[in-house]
Design a binder for this molecule. Sequence first.
Ligand code: ATP
Ligand code: MN
Length: 467
Amino acid sequence: MEKIARTKIVDLLERKDYGAIVNVKGWVRTRRGSKKVAFIALNDGSTINNVQIVADPAAFEEEIFKEVTTGACLSVNGKMVQSQGSGQKVEIQAHDIEVLGVCSSDYPLQKKGHSLEFLREKAHLRLRTNTFGAVFRVRSQMAYAIHSFFQQKGFVYFHTPIITASDCEGAGQMFQVTTKNLYDLKKDSNGSILYDDDFFGKMTSLTVSGQLEGELGATALGAIYTFGPTFRAENSNTPRHLAEFWMIEPEVAFNEIQENMDLAEEFIKFCVKWALDHCMDDLNFLNEMYDKELISRLEGILKEDFVRLPYTEGIKILEDAIAHGHKFEFPVYWGVDLASEHERFLVEEHFKRPVILTDYPKEIKAFYMKMNEDGKTVRAMDVLFPKIGEIIGGSEREADYNKLLSVIKERNIPMKDMSWYLDTRRFGTCPHSGFGLGFERLVLFVTGMANIRDVIPFPRTPNNAEF
Ligand code: ATP
Ligand code: MN
């Protein structure tokens, strides 16, 4: 076959130089036709759209068409012509077809319309479907949006460690990292495991958050963001939790809680607008197939100011709803850690727009959050979104050394390996704030998918680490 430089289908579909001789390569989505004419829909992953290949079977060896089945990989040379009826402006009249890879007849994606559950079990192949092509192109664009947002603002991309020795936040939900022989553990006389002969000479785990190291970055570089993998061994089999997920954590020196909220709102709106500006083909598909309100919901986010509401007011609204007959599965009272149903009630039914809930009871929030004057609440801020519930969790941090130390003692937090963290408060402490956005929760929101397992290529959840 004559060697012609390959054109990606996304670029080809934009071209208008009809008559040009082109080469495309990709995988067969469908083939139909008759003895007189064959239509092949080819996709190369560069766009949700297929290019239609039109071929006259008589002009080819018979053997070739036996191999042009769904899933087969082809290289096609042909003339680019204006299309009559394929839904695209461009199609290719093939004069040469090479089958780069035949597709075995047990290919599981022969037919369209497999359930998402079925496709999860074929996660290595589901990438080839329209749905997952769309989701993972959007996911990639969201990563680009995030870097663009922070880089434009002069934030430093800061890499925090994945292996950590601090267990002050995630005790109980951390994955341990060890090279020890688990069949022959060295223990002291009380039966506690000794780690002095382990790789790091102490107990280590996978990080649950890069925040504490992020604070070191912010109090030196001014404004940083992290964007990396995060691990939580929480046994919560929900549509919004993964054991391995990606988190974005900006941390900014001199920002107080108000500025932290402004940053979070501007950031999320930037990402949503980016999706509308760069991913419309994929969003149109997802809107059509999965969620008819997707695009209007995304546009709605850009129009409205987020509600900013203290937790205490939120509880009143929920109690009021209960008094008027609304039923929740979980109880509501001041001090409760809100469940997703409560968060979604505030957002979807009461305010009908995103809510930033602030000033939570200190008991249900992390030790490092700045105490309010009331002595009962802390300067936390959770951003609550329609369909998702919590998408961002953040706070202004306690900058006062003595106050921070007394909370640590009160809560018996093991800080033996954390003097470095307290040093930020000893050597030129400053007000600072930050938050964490769960990347997959953003991708869930932007794609309209319902299950977090469907927005990361290879999900890790309890009892599932396949592929
Ligand atoms: P949730 O109450 O939903 O479990 P969290 O309070 O544990 O969330 P944070 O510790 O504040 O969450 O983490 C910051 C952000 O990381 C959350 O707002 C959420 O977007 C995301 N996140 C937290 N846990 C997970 C998880 N297991 N899988 C995916 N994203 C998560
Ligand atoms: Mn959690």
